[in-house]
Write a protein that binds this ligand. Structure first.
Ligand code: NI
Length: 405
């Protein structure tokens, strides 16, 4: 579709804002189309087709099929300057939507329950705006539409495909619509914003037998129970109390009858922490505890432990740029929540390991409109007013960064 950006004769501040506010109906339309057509990681074919069609219509140079279903759009300013990247994620979740809205998911069993439909719409709006104001950009803006943020992760394969090079990206920004913050706020901080994510699966191999004759068995249930309890001592006794970490066992399965001692038990869990110094250390403690307790009870174990995403760590310089832009956009310093942190994880972290940047939360909850369900909930939805705010923050960050560099 083609529509016109209305120019305003007012100051630059109002001009940017009014122009972007005029985009709001299109942002809502794009977001709702995407919301109706959710696709999970590395299967975002309709989604990328939609994004690509828009970019093509606006004459924006872009490459598709990167890391299977990723897209990189490149917008060159009229003057030479730095290269900044904006990152959005395309994927949805295997959740059956329970919202009764007219734009509810048309794909049974799948839903944009995390707001990535909004991220893609915001990135599209930013691309649209910037491509119409190339004279305002010094340098180049790359917009990275990545697949599979919800897992197994599309950021890493995008980096391996070279999206941060040629031209070399010097700074990167990204946002997550955030229902833990009200509409009209931005949560951002320098340093760790989101936690590292590690996962494990363990099988305890005991010896089954009669529930009344335990002396002939190795009870996998008892061994697992001790391990699950002892794993909590990692956070309580191995981590510096001034740091934050979580060890959660989310699954525990064993046994089939009340009078039979189970020969095997399975449990699995996730580990979170902010400080990269704990990478490897918590894994080591998990294995030591499992090994030690199994040894004490003559059981065996199989452990599978993997590192999903590193912590999301923001660069101080780019963060203060985002903070000052956000203050301008939300129009009140109190609207910028300074020490926002969550133990949730994000593969934006891989980009931030390569390039200085900033990831931030854009408040999107509006309880008065019943738009405050948590992310990944079957009734998750957000206040679409946040879409234009997201575009404005991105656009102003690009302008400010290219002026500073
Ligand atoms: Ni998400």
């Amino acid at each position: 579709m083609v529509f016109s950006l209305t120019e305003s004769p007012n100051t630059d501040l109002s001009q940017v804002r009014l122009t972007i506010r005029n985009l709001q109906p299109q942002l809502v339309q794009w977001r709702r189309y995407l919301h109706q057509h959710p696709e999970i990681g590395f299967q975002e074919y309709l989604t990328t087709e939609f994004v690509s069609r828009q970019l093509q219509e606006w004459g924006i140079k872009h490459e598709t099929g990167i890391a299977k279903t990723g897209i990189v759009a490149t917008i060159e300013g009229t003057q030479p300057g730095p290269v900044i990247a904006i990152r959005a994620d395309l994927d949805a979740l295997p959740i059956q939507e329970q919202n009764q809205v007219e734009y509810r998911s048309l794909h049974d069993g799948f839903m944009h329950a995390c707001g990535h439909d909004g991220h893609t719409a915001i990135a599209l709006g930013t691309a649209y705006y910037l491509s119409h104001y190339r004279e305002k950009i010094r340098g180049t803006v790359k917009i990275l539409f990545q697949p599979a943020e919800e897992g197994p992760g599309g950021a890493k394969p995008m980096i391996e495909a070279g999206v941060l090079t040629n031209p070399k990206v010097e700074a990167i920004i990204g946002l997550h619509l955030w229902n833990r913050l009200p509409l009209g706020t931005v949560g951002v901080r320098s340093g760790a914003l989101m936690a590292a994510v590690e996962c494990f699966r363990c099988t305890i191999l005991g010896k089954g037998g009669h529930g009344a004759m335990p002396e002939q068995t190795v009870d996998s249930v008892l061994v697992s129970a001790q391990i699950v309890t002892a794993l909590q001592t990692i956070v309580a006794r191995n981590i510096n109390p001034l740091d934050s970490a979580v060890v959660t066992v989310g699954e525990l399965h064993a046994g089939k009858a009340l009078n039979v001692i189970a020969d095997t038990a399975h449990f699995s869990g996730t580990v979170r922490y902010f400080d990269p110094q704990y990478q490897g250390y918590i894994q080591q403690r998990v294995e030591e505890i499992i090994r030690g307790i199994c040894q004490a009870h003559n059981a065996k174990y199989e452990l599978d432990y993997w590192h999903l995403y590193p912590p999301v760590i923001n660069d101080p310089g780019i963060t203060s740029l985002v903070q000052s832009v956000a203050t301008q956009v939300v129009e009140t310093p109190a609207g910028v929540v300074p020490d926002c942190q969550t133990m949730g994880g994000e593969d934006m972290s891989f980009f931030l390991q390569e390039v200085p940047g900033c990831y931030f939360f854009l408040g999107s909850a509006n309880p008065a409109k019943d738009l405050a369900y948590p992310h990944h909930h079957p009734r998750f939805d957000f206040d679409e007013t946040a879409l234009a705010m997201g575009v404005e923050i991105f656009v102003r960050c690009v302008e400010k960064f290219s002026q500073q560099a």
